[in-house]
Design a protein around this ligand. Structure first.
Ligand code: ADP
Ligand code: ADP
Length: 232
């Protein structure tokens, strides 16, 4: 089964004269172990699609799944558990807790889920994002690029079914952005993770092995890149 799936999804905001159709009959299947970028102009529905797939927003019609779990129709408590256990999030603004160290921020999703960190996986993730000597630092002692790498490690620490990244390089200089994208694509290639990234930056999308283009709430292009290694 795919890691993420949308079937005939519609999303309508508001009603009457204020009605906005943000998604029109969108169906996509995202395979495990792939890095998918969602692109499109501002207002094309990228964030709405991501929020619907991640269970952060409800669909108006159609249904979405994370792995075998039908997200549409879940109760709030079940949705919360699904997000905690099966989904990692990376945001444009990093969203780290300012009073916690890098180590504590990375481990937070496990703490919330009441799970123990497995040392090997923690070390692997921290090593891959190159943060071993920054683990005791708080976010205000870290550069933007380092903060986003902390956020990447936090998103992967629970080995979620899928990681959603919303403009992860939007606040980074190109060098730091390349580090973050390099980490994301390594975590797909080497650790078999599944990543969905919303971006309007073609340089960022070039790291993905599939690019879905939205326009006016529909998928207008869906490109697989069989030559990912050549692109990288
Ligand atoms: P993108 O992420 O591609 O910029 P969005 O998914 O944010 O696009 O928005 C798609 C459309 O839905 C836009 O027309 C936007 O104005 C509208 N929209 C998004 N969120 C809301 C909301 N909460 N209420 C009303 N309209 C919204
Ligand atoms: P998949 O490759 O199907 O996504 P996982 O990555 O969840 O599978 O699990 C792969 C291996 O990692 C398993 O041996 C599992 O026991 C181990 N594992 C699962 N969760 C964690 C975790 N939170 N920390 C460290 N190792 C984990």
């Amino acid at each position: 089964e795919p890691a993420v799936r949308a079937d005939n999804v519609w999303k309508v905001y508001g009603s009457g004269a204020a009605e906005v159709t943000a998604l029109r009959d969108v169906s996509v299947e995202l395979a495990r172990g792939r890095f998918t970028a969602v692109m499109g102009p501002s207002g094309s529905g990228k964030s709405t699609l991501m929020h619907c797939l991640a269970g952060l927003d409800t669909v108006t019609r159609g249904e979405t799944r994370i792995g075998a779990t039908r997200v549409t129709g879940l109760r709030d408590a079940e949705l919360t558990r699904l997000r905690r256990e099966q989904i990692g999030f990376i945001f444009q603004q990093f969203n780290l807790l300012p009073t916690l160290t890098a180590r504590e921020n990375i481990l937070l999703p496990l703490a919330i889920a009441g799970r123990r960190p497995e040392p090997d996986w923690f070390d692997t993730v921290v090593g891959t994002v190159d943060l071993r000597d920054r683990l005791g630092h708080r976010p205000d002692q870290l550069s933007g690029g380092q903060q986003q790498r902390v956020a990447c490690a936090r998103a992967l620490i629970t080995r979620p079914q899928v990681v959603f990244a919303d403009e992860p390089t939007g606040n980074l200089d190109s060098r730091s952005g390349a580090d973050v994208l390099g980490f994301l694509s390594r975590s797909v290639r080497e650790f078999g993770r599944t990543i969905v990234m919303v971006t309007h930056d073609p340089t960022a999308a070039a790291y993905a092995d599939r690019v879905i283009f939205l326009a006016d709430g529909t998928v207008v292009e869906d490109l697989a890149a069989p030559t990912t290694d050549a692109v990288l």
